[in-house]
Design a protein around this ligand. Structure first.
Ligand SMILES: Cc1cc2nc3c(=O)[nH]c(=O)nc-3n(C[C@H](O)[C@H](O)[C@H](O)COP(=O)(O)OP(=O)(O)OC[C@H]3O[C@@H](n4cnc5c(N)ncnc54)[C@H](O)[C@@H]3O)c2cc1C
Ligand code: FES
Ligand code: FES
Length: 508
């Protein structure tokens, strides 16, 4: 049991509970903040969304996350805002987001509404230009079963019109939103408090000092926890004694940096970097041009705000999307070991990502090890790198793939170089497809000849299809998956060689 100091709406509170308790249970239980709803408890509906205020890269930000998949310990020293907190200080008891919902009849039973309000408030707080596509992306993890989405869209359009002139500078934007009563005055207080003692003393546990690292690591409930978006779905009510190591709270697991070692240059990405941070990183965008276009193919905004890269790998799903991308980027992982007093981040071994998966959900990781980081070998000239990701799933958003694949290569002297192709959903583990890689490596690449490129695409697709032996399950039959492998390989060529006429040749 820990005593966690958390700013809940406008008050700092000392909450006595286990760090691994799902935050929703404390929010609706001990704190009695019932506007936060519990729908699916699996990250699918967004009804439980709350805002978390925290400093990231020196900047205060407020992000919406699903509280059903959030470890309470993640809130230590942070600002939790629920719907009750949003209305503090408003004249008339409604924020402009709520007013837009009311005026456009965007709420009927109201069960989903708090989640939509929180998600849209978080969208307004992001220092970006407002548009309909961005707003709809912000609520792609929120489900409404009775109002229908037309009224919600109207409310969103109203907000875009009302707030189109918000400043883009992050601090000025938060201030403007407090002035407009979109965010409560406690946001300003938190910004001031963040530089003071309150946060430094956020672990206010005088009576029950934390266990030593050694005691914790050897306790039966010890689990390394990333965002919890896989863990809590499998363990919605963790047992007493559950003692997570909250890797997202450790800055040393969150860095993204270039690293030169033994004549090789790597982009090293901390295992606790979230999916959102991964796609937002300037270094990753520079190393893999265009990768950001695939962000929305992963889960929803709410999940991306929590889920980590390391968690995606260790969960070892055969259709893990970030893993598929990293396999095509020829990634390795850096694994640190436990020592007496905790993890020794200088005592590491590296493992090629493709060799990390040993069988269905079996991985090359001992219980005494943690993934510290992921390394992508740097391209000498990243602008020459071509990258594509494709995923076949029943729904466009919030769905796990039946088959996924990524490809990365360079074009050098009109030839394919350094080709890596991943395939998920066709074997017990995420895989790379050597047959297709070998066929493409060194092949001539006349980028402006659509006919030749289409023929090549078909040969690569046939080779990949012929080399896989998927199984049938609820997400697709064996035959469907093989056909998808073929089609998704063609899709890579269509996406990457858009201007070559390859699409017209393949689909006349
Ligand atoms: C609604 C919903 C939609 C989803 N959609 C997608 C999707 O589209 N694509 C997709 O690929 N996945 C999806 N997922 C699955 C999940 O979000 C991802 O796999 C995510 O990346 C897991 O990361 P996490 O940090 O939340 O993992 P956690 O749940 O924290 O951890 C997962 C496992 O990894 C272990 N672990 C975590 N970090 C480390 C580490 N650094 N070292 C050692 N062990 C570690 C944990 O102990 C646990 O066993 C979805 C999940 C939900 C709930
Ligand atoms: S209760 Fe549905 S996402 Fe949390
Ligand atoms: S208003 Fe009833 S579920 Fe959305």
């Amino acid at each position: 049991m820990a005593c966690l100091r958390i700013k809940v709406n406008n008050t700092w509170q000392d909450i006595r509970s286990d760090e691994g308790t799902p935050a929703i249970d404390i929010i609706r239980g001990e704190l009695g903040l019932m506007a936060t709803k519990e729908g699916c408890r699996e990250g699918d509906c967004g009804a439980c969304a709350v805002l978390i205020g925290e400093y990231a890269a020196g900047q205060l930000r407020y992000l919406a996350v699903p509280s059903c998949l959030l470890a309470l310990g993640e809130l230590k020293g942070k600002h939790l805002i629920t719907l009750e907190g949003l209305i503090e200080g408003t004249s008339g008891g409604l924020t402009p987001v709520m007013r837009a919902f009311l005026d456009e009849n965007a709420s009927q039973c109201g069960f989903c509404t708090p989640g939509f309000i929180i998600a849209l408030t978080s969208w307004l707080a992001e220092p970006r230009l407002l548009d309909l596509a961005g707003a709809l992306r912000a609520i792609d993890g929120n489900l409404c079963r009775c109002t229908g989405y037309a009224a919600i869209r109207r409310a969103v359009r109203r907000l875009i019109e009302q707030f189109k002139d918000l400043p883009l500078e992050p601090e000025a934007r938060l201030n403007a939103l407090v002035n407009a009563q979109v965010l409560p005055p406690s946001v300003r207080e938190f910004a001031d408090e963040a530089s003071t003692q309150v946060l430094l003393n956020s672990n206010n546990d005088k009576e029950n000092p934390e266990l030593t690292p050694k005691q914790r690591m050897t306790s039966p409930g010890f689990v390394i926890l990333g965002g919890g978006t896989d863990y809590y779905v499998k363990n919605p009510e963790p047992n007493d004694g559950f003692s997570p190591f909250l890797i997202r709270m450790r800055p040393e697991f969150k860095e993204i940096n270039y690293l030169d070692e033994n004549g090789q240059r790597w982009l090293e990405i901390g295992a606790a970097v979230t999916v959102r941070e991964f796609f937002a990183s300037e270094l990753i965008r520079q190393e893999v041009p265009g990768i950001e276009q695939f962000e929305t193919m992963f889960a929803s905004t709410l999940i991306r705000n929590l889920a980590t890269i390391g968690g995606n790998i260790v969960n070892a799903s055969p259709v893990a999307d970030i893993t598929a991308m990293l396999l095509a980027l020829n990634a390795s992982i850096v694994i640190a070991s436990q020592i007496q007093e905790g993890f020794d981040l200088s005592l590491t071994r590296t493992c090629k990502l493709e060799e990390f998966f040993l069988g269905y959900k079996a991985i090359d990781l001992k219980p005494t090890e943690v993934i510290k980081a992921i390394r992508i070998p740097s391209c000498n000239d990243p602008t020459a790198r071509k990258f594509s990701f494709e995923k076949a799933s029943k729904r466009k958003n919030l769905d796990i793939a039946a088959v996924n694949t990524a490809i990365s290569f360079r074009i050098e002297e009109q030839r394919f170089k350094d080709v890596h192709i991943s395939l998920g959903g066709v074997a017990p583990t995420p895989t790379v497809n050597k047959a297709a890689m070998e066929l493409l490596e060194g092949s001539s690449c006349p980028v402006s000849d659509g006919k030749i490129m289409a023929e090549l695409a078909k040969r690569v697709a046939s080779s990949a299809e012929a080399s896989v032996r998927p199984i049938s399950d609820v997400r697709g039959s064996e035959e469907y998956r093989r056909r998808m492998v073929y089609r998704l390989m063609l899709a890579h060529f269509v996406r990457i060689f858009e201007d070559s006429g390859v699409a017209e040749e393949l689909f006349p």
